[in-house]
Design a protein around this ligand. Structure first.
Ligand code: GAR
Length: 257
């Protein structure tokens, strides 16, 4: 049984997706041991409370220095004995000591197709504002292991989402959550819980594509409207509606005009 600790800062819709997936059996072999927020007003804490999940707030504001906060924060996380830490919209910098201790045992959901629209300053709604400013046609979300950089760790799953005419950052954010984040985050936890993700040399070297829920890790092969086609002698996954093309591991390779 994988003991999972979820770290949150805000509304907690990703936490809710995890709770629902555990309840419905989409995530197997997993227990949510606790939820920690840096923000006492985070609705995520209420979501945890409603489901009887131990929850607490540990805020940097309540400590004299960042060092003391980091120590208390790490103590609280360690006390829950996590096998996996999930950053589900957690907006606090993780102490280096904790990253080292939980290497390849801490994952993050980011609301873009990394390496686009990620790194320092790219979080929450800002990511979607920047994507619309740039005029990209395809956005998405990424689940990755956490390393010392910002959004630089090994990528586990990605899922693409189309930008639509007239999108506002809020509308796009919601679509990315619904179509990508709330699916790939639970799926990644289920894959890890069942020993199906292996990291080697900073990359996912093996991912057993069939999760306990019967979904495949490569969403593109099963996603509606996305079909493999031969392009320049290579098999490419093509979205029938948009013409966007993806490589076999889900990375966007081209978009038809
Ligand atoms: C989510 O969109 C998540 O991807 C993003 O914050 C939001 C939290 O929403 N995370 C980041 O931007 C991290 N760089 P939630 O509290 O409703 O799950």
């Amino acid at each position: 049984m994988l003991n999972v600790v979820v770290l949150v800062s805000g509304g907690g819709t990703n936490l809710q997706a995890i709770i629902d997936a555990v309840d419905s059996g989409v995530i197997t072999n997993t227990k949510i041991a606790g939820v920690i927020s840096n923000n006492k007003n985070a609705y995520a804490l209420e979501r945890a409370e409603k489901h009887g999940i131990p929850n607490q707030c540990i805020s940097p504001k309540d400590y004299e220095s960042r060092e003391i906060f980091n120590q208390e924060f790490m103590k609280a996380v360690d006390a829950l004995q996590p096998d996996l830490i999930v950053l589900a919209g957690f907006l606090v910098v993780i102490p280096a000591e904790m990253i080292a201790k939980y290497r390849n045992r801490m994952i993050n959901i980011h609301p873009s197709l990394i390496p686009a629209f990620c790194g320092t300053g790219f979080y929450g709604l800002k990511v979607h504002e920047k994507a619309l400013e740039r005029g990209v046609k395809v956005v998405g979300a990424t689940v990755h292991f956490v390393d010392e950089g910002t959004d630089t760790g090994p990528i586990i799953l990605q899922k693409a989402v189309e930008v639509e005419q007239g999108d506002t950052p809020e509308v796009l954010q919601r679509r990315v959550m619904e179509q990508a984040e709330w699916k790939i985050l639970p799926h990644a936890i289920d894959l890890i819980a069942n020993g199906k993700v292996t990291v080697k040399d900073g990359k996912i070297s093996a991912i057993d594509v069939t999760s306990a829920s019967g979904e495949t890790a490569s969403y593109f092969s099963k996603a509606k409207g996305i079909i493999p086609k031969m392009i320049s002698g290579q098999t490419t996954n093509v979205d029938a509606a948009s013409g966007a093309t993806y490589s076999s591991n889900g990375i966007i390779t081209a978009v038809r005009n």
